[in-house]
Design a protein around this ligand. Structure first.
Ligand SMILES: *[C@@H]1O[C@H](CO)[C@@H](O)[C@H](O)[C@H]1NC(C)=O
Length: 366
């Protein structure tokens, strides 16, 4: 009886283990570095500077697999082993070909799969462009059968961003894991500093009492205290920002590649606007002390309609939510997005687009 109970308990554990899916990314992308000797949960990240458009593309899903063998079926998987850009994104795809009366024999997938998340397979020739944070863009012409991957940082498909943004940072696997910035190894988040070397300073950041310099084109400054500035935040899934606004200053429309679920508190009068899909928007004038919550994935901005300075404090449920400023990503990307594309998208003539692309797109993120 005892043995039976134990067996049942073990089986129950196995099934609950299988309920889990991949943890969430801690940055916009982490392309698998297959050459690295370091083994982690998933793969370590390639240096973002050497990431190319090809890292997000896979060719050949249009080709039927050879079903000539015994079983009469052939599974072609596009997983992180074949499409390095999938690393940390928690999804993959398969094509399964069946001969007449072919069988894909009973299988068990150790990792939970979610077939409905974001994949796009080109069924015609298509140019696909992805925006990265801080404005570089990745281009690729997709012929029939090319699969491409959409990392979190995309501003080219804003509607997708909101459903991508369902996840938040995964839970820590230890009490703390202070980011070791000196490490050459790049992983999802940062590798941990030797706990013996951890000091009290790793958990402190100064300066949120100081107003940011708002003397720029948009009249605002975002001072973030994220894992880049406060190493102790690594794996803890939270960060903070202070946003200063000059009179009539604007924190321009933006979204976050890693879901922030922030809740800014206005310390002066502030107009907060959130964009919903399908073009409706939500406005709210926030007086002193009012809290605003930002649902995941929405484009939002704040404007100071008053004649005095104001400030907002935000708490974010990610150690590094990142920011994609829409105008900068669209008009300031390098290499630029074709003016044909932008003229169509914004429904203006190409001259207007060329003018916009020639502007200096100020960054208000510090
Ligand atoms: C599946 O198809 C590919 C492409 O035709 C072939 O190279 C491979 O050997 C096939 N695998 C199996 C298990 O039949």
């Amino acid at each position: 009886m005892a043995a039976k109970t134990l067996l049942l308990a073990l089986l129950a554990m196995a099934s609950s283990l299988a309920m889990a899916s991949d943890p969430s990314p801690l940055q916009d992308f982490c392309v698998a570095d297959k050459d690295s000797k370091v083994l982690v949960n998933g793969f370590v990240c390639k240096d973002p500077k050497v990431v190319k458009a090809e890292d997000f593309f896979f060719r050949g899903l249009d080709k039927a697999g050879d079903t000539g063998k015994k079983l009469g079926s052939n599974v072609t998987a596009v997983n992180v082993n074949k499409l390095a850009g999938l690393n940390t994104l928690g999804i993959s795809m398969v094509r399964i070909d069946y001969a007449p009366r072919g069988l894909n024999p009973p299988t068990l997938t150790p990792r939970h799969g979610d077939p409905h998340r974001h994949r796009r397979t080109a069924l015609r020739r298509l140019r696909h462009i992805q925006q990265r944070q801080r404005q570089p863009s990745l281009h690729q012409d997709a012929e029939e059968g090319l699969q491409r991957w959409q990392p979190k940082s995309s501003s080219s498909l804003l509607a997708m961003a909101s459903s991508l943004a369902m996840a938040s940072d995964p839970s820590p696997l230890q009490d703390f894991c202070v980011a070791d910035k000196a490490s050459k190894v790049l992983v999802n988040g940062f590798v941990c500093k030797d706990p013996m070397q951890v000091t009290a300073e790793d958990f402190f950041a100064m300066g949120l009492d100081k107003a940011g310099n708002t003397e720029n084109k948009v009249g605002s400054m975002v001072t973030a205290v994220n894992v880049n500035k406060l190493a102790g935040l690594n794996t803890l899934g939270i960060s903070m920002v202070r946003i200063d606004y000059a009179p009539r200053g604007l924190n321009p429309p933006h979204t976050h590649p890693v879901p922030p679920r922030s809740s800014p508190t206005a310390l002066g009068r502030l107009r907060h606007i959130q964009h919903r899909q399908r073009q409706s928007s939500l406005h709210q004038d926030a007086e002193e002390g009012r809290r605003v919550c930002v649902p995941e994935g929405l484009i939002h901005f704040q404007f100071n309609p008053g004649h005095t300075k104001t400030v907002a404090i935000g708490a974010l449920s990610s150690q590094n939510p990142g920011t994609i400023t829409i105008a900068n990503a669209v008009f300031g990307s390098k290499p630029p997005i074709s003016d044909d594309v932008l003229a169509k998208a914004f429904q203006v003539d190409k001259k207007t687009v060329d003018w916009l692309q020639a502007q200096f797109w100020a960054d208000n993120n510090n």
